[in-house]
Design a protein. Structure first.
Length: 115
């Protein structure tokens, strides 16, 4: 099982980034996919989630209206489009796959929002 995140980096406030998680080694289309983040000194928090069928999404209040999660079951990828980024969005962003008792995590990608 592998979840590999990419797309992180340094961006100015108000800018955009698109994160991608490439999945392999499990039945991707059967799993709920999520993005979490963890800022220094803080607990990991859920940012966005998309159902296995891609027909239902959830967003944390702090990112609602700015972030969009999507998935492509043909490519086994899940994206997080992040717009209007704020300094408080700075964190390591992790991809997660969940189904019943199975729970997989990527290694994370750093997002830094700073001028």
């Amino acid at each position: 099982v592998q979840l590999v995140e990419s797309g992180g980096g340094l961006v100015q406030p108000g800018g955009s980034l698109r994160l991608r998680c490439a999945a392999s080694g499990f039945a991707f289309s059967s799993y709920v996919m999520s993005w979490y983040r963890q800022a220094p000194g803080k607990e990991r928090e859920s940012v966005a989630r998309i159902s296995s069928a891609g027909d239902s999404t959830y967003y944390a209040d702090s990112v609602k209206g700015r972030f969009t999660i999507s998935r492509d079951s043909a490519k086994n990828t899940v994206d997080l489009q992040m717009n209007s980024l704020k300094p408080e969005d700075t964190a390591v962003y992790y991809c997660n796959a969940h189904r019943m008792i199975s729970d997989y995590w990527g290694q994370g990608t750093q997002v830094t929002v700073s001028s």
